[in-house]
Design a protein around this ligand. Structure first.
Ligand code: GDP
Ligand code: GDP
Length: 441
């Protein structure tokens, strides 16, 4: 299978002050209900990043409000930072304003930032729930951002036209080059040791084969040949620029990771062993998972941890608990500083790549899975018995499997999970997100 050096980045950021309806729009686009509303508790995985498709194009959408809630004045500074990062990282910005409230001082401030940027911006007047409000939104012309798209994030009106405009303004990706080698991204929150890791790997200049810059975009693939392995490292914009501003903001490191992750095959997620797995790490993990990338977790700075007999084992179990339900993940304890297990880390990333590329013969799949299903069929639902007759791996870029059945609609989530686990038991997919579908035969 060919890996493509193809800058995939269709990143849509939703910005605006609190309560204009950013989460509501995010949920509508991604069809989730998981975000929202009371977020005193910790960040959940799905709060700010999601995928959607429109007229055959795939987009990522980021809700910049995911991390900041409250009144305008308290968070003014934070919102400004988030808008700045969105301008840097997104391909297009949806600037949401609230028709019920009209223009506020903060809207004007955000508008000023956006006018100065060169990114495409669409001004979106939300809460236009009825035709009376349509005329009301005209006051937003004063923000100097041109045409206004009236929507109701709540009832969905106007969102189709809005997405048509997004598609129009974000050009389709151009294919740059085909290369049959793994693209590895090194991700993690600030200070986890990403730069040190890359330096440890690539410190010697002669290892670099070529630098392939994306034609139009920012991310860079650098080709390496190390330990006899040929691979591309997907450089993170944040690493190259080494901008240290706002770097403790969770939003910042997640935003920084999106493009890198989308342009990789396998993500090596570095954790700081002295801090454990925190919500920020989980957000990045979730980005990789949602994009169906291979994942390897490195617990870095292991040299700083006091060790007893079971320290590593217990540490690993604690991490896995937080990753549920996707726990079939390789975890390696490393010290970049001491160059401990660095080779093993790269090797594991390459293994994950191969597992993600593997194609299982249909006969083998059926011979293995059908007896398992026979011994443990889907439970009857409303008196209906589901019979699964045949299974095949689909010709998709990432592993997915179709199980053909008489009544696929009666197969419930727990049984899907059971099947996924059996596939993982029988075949080797450690570190690889897989998908299971049930279809009408
Ligand atoms: P955020 O802080 O910008 O993410 O805003 P939320 O999405 O949390 O929405 C703030 C409030 O506005 C909530 O009470 C939503 O139900 C409400 N809201 C969002 N979209 C609409 C809409 O289209 N019409 C109306 N009437 N209310 C909306
Ligand atoms: P980045 O922000 O993720 O690129 O992190 P850096 O590579 O800049 O590392 C952050 C800090 O952690 C630096 O001071 C490194 O020297 C330190 N560091 C990185 N790896 C290790 C390690 O394995 N052990 C220890 N003790 N420190 C490390």
């Amino acid at each position: 299978m060919q890996a493509k050096i193809n800058e995939v980045a269709n990143i849509v950021a939703i910005v605006g002050r609190p309560n204009v309806g950013k989460s509501t729009l995010f949920n509508r686009l991604t069809k989730t209900r998981t975000a929202i509303v009371d977020s005193v508790a910790g960040v959940t995985r799905d709060r700010i990043y999601g995928k959607f498709d429109w007229v055959g194009r795939d987009f990522s959408v980021i809700d910049t409000g995911g991390y900041v809630r409250g009144s305008d004045d308290v968070f003014e500074g934070e919102i400004r930072k988030q808008v700045e990062i969105a301008i840097e990282e997104a391909n297009i910005i949806l600037f949401l304003v609230d028709t019920e409230q009209g223009v506020t001082g903060m809207d004007q401030e955000v508008a000023m930032l956006l006018r100065k940027s060169k990114k495409p911006v669409i001004l979106v007047a939300n809460k236009v729930d009825n035709s009376m409000r349509q005329t009301q939104s005209a006051e937003f012309y004063s923000l100097g951002l041109g045409e206004i798209f009236n929507i109701s994030a709540m009832n969905g009106s106007g969102t189709g036209e809005l997405l048509d405009e997004v598609v129009k303004q974000v050009p389709e990706d151009v294919e740059v080059e085909d290369l049959d080698i793994p693209k590895i991204a090194i991700v993690g929150r600030p200070n986890a040791g990403k730069s040190s890791f890359i330096n440890a790997l690539t410190g010697e200049e002669r290892n670099i084969v070529t630098e392939i810059a994306g034609t139009t975009r920012d991310s860079i693939h650098t080709r390496y040949n190390l330990f006899g392995k040929d691979f591309l490292l997907v450089d993170t914009a944040g690493l190259r620029k080494k901008t240290k501003v706002h770097e403790n903001l969770e939003f910042y490191s997640v935003m920084r990771s999106v493009r890198t992750i989308e342009n990789s095959d396998v993500c090596v997620l570095l954790l700081d062993a002295t801090r454990g797995l925190e919500s920020q790490d989980l957000s990045i993990f979730s980005l990789a998972e949602k994009n169906k990338k291979g994942i390897v977790i490195l617990v870095n700075k292991w040299d700083l941890v006091e060790k007893e007999t079971n320290t590593a084992k217990e540490y690993k179990n604690k991490i896995l608990q937080r990753l549920e339900p996707f726990t079939d993940i390789p975890i390696i304890f490393v010290s970049v500083l001491n160059k401990q297990r660095i080779f093993q880390a790269v090797e594991e990333a390459m293994n994950v790549y191969s597992r993600r590329e593997q194609r299982i013969a249909t006969s083998k799949l059926n011979d293995t899975m059908l007896p398992i299903i026979e011994g443990n069929p889907p439970p009857a639902s409303k008196g209906k018995y589901v019979k699964i007759k045949f299974v095949t791996q689909l010709p998709t870029r990432t592993p997915s499997f179709a199980f053909f059945a008489n009544l696929p609609q009666y197969v419930k989530e727990p049984y899907k999970r059971f099947i996924e686990n059996k596939l993982r038991e029988q075949f080797d997919f450690t570190g690889v997100p897989i998908q299971v579908y049930f279809r009408q035969k």
